[in-house]
Design a protein around this ligand. Sequence first.
Ligand SMILES: Cc1ncc(COP(=O)(O)O)c(C=O)c1O
Length: 385
Amino acid sequence: MPFDYATRLKKIPPYLFVEIDDKVRKKRQEGIDIIDFGIGDPDIPTPSPIVEEVKRQLDDPANHRYPSSGGEPDVRRAVAEWYHRRFNVEVDPDGEVAILIGSKEGIANICRAFVNPGEKVLCPDPGYPVYSQGGTLLCDAIPVKVPLHPDKGFLPDLDALPSDAKMLYLNYPNNPTGAIAPKDFLWKASTWCVETDTILCYDNAYSEMTFDDYTAPSILECCQGTGAIEFGSLSKTFNMTGYRIGYAVGDANLISGLRKVKSQIDSGTSMFVQRALIKALGMYKGAEKPDLVKQNIKVYQDRRDVLVKGLRGLGFKIDPPKGTFYLWLKVDGSSMEFADRMLSVGVVCTPGLGFGEFGDGYVRFATTQPVERIEEAIERMRKVL
Ligand SMILES: Cc1ncc(COP(=O)(O)O)c(C=O)c1O
């Protein structure tokens, strides 16, 4: 008899994305050419100056040893200096910064540090599944859905939130909707959290993946300074998902709890990767994105425009999102049925249901395909619509 999973693990719903992967694999086996807009994993390589820096750091034996789990002091300093240049926010690199093995790790571990079994955690729906699952459920806590409606710009209704929760996750620019949050909303949200004694976890993994004239703020620009922690990442800004490096910045008490959990579980991201962060964020000379990031974002912006134009040509109503590389498309009927129909012509999109019950009726496209493939996908979709 195989061992039974722990009760908390059994509460994690079957991973919809695994089911989709299986379907896609079968199609590939049937010889169908797949155009995959499914996973938010950049198809573009990491910019060569950063790859070269990782190689250089790898050559230094000092970087072969155990890192400290909360991040090396010079790397934390680089994050603090970047916050100053990019957001005009002052943070103490020793007490208010942690280096993460990708932001996902911190987003999950922050629950382990502060949420007790049975306590409520407010999780956006639709939303990145780690808030409710890897974070909340794996701590035996209770995820409470925070509906994000299109008529409210996919911002939660703060007045409707229960005031007895331990923690609130927010994420703008938003996965999966591509929505952005105005600063006055962020001020209201952070004030609400202080008044209700709720920890604010702000997921800013897409802070640099913004388009047109839009620049995303940090939550630390929009709060009194206590009770909020922000998660960021090099994954999308520099096409570095595979390196596993992110950071948490904010309230010293929240950072120290997170670092304490990490010290018991992991030994940090490898030092040669951590030190590449110094090079990457060092490219910012001020608040403005450096050329290398601008070029990267331009690729996603062009793809976004081609996909939006193509979808509009197919009769869909969709506005180009100001942030993230996702397009959140309203479809008729169930999102699963729509995604299956697209898969029949080799086009993979993610059913909105995978991001929560309020995601049904939508599908998500990640623009991780070159323009020619996007155009081809539109032609294939035309055949089944
Ligand atoms: C909203 C959001 N937050 C966090 C992450 C985690 O990114 P990473 O762990 O690579 O920093 C992702 C990844 O797709 C995401 O979509």
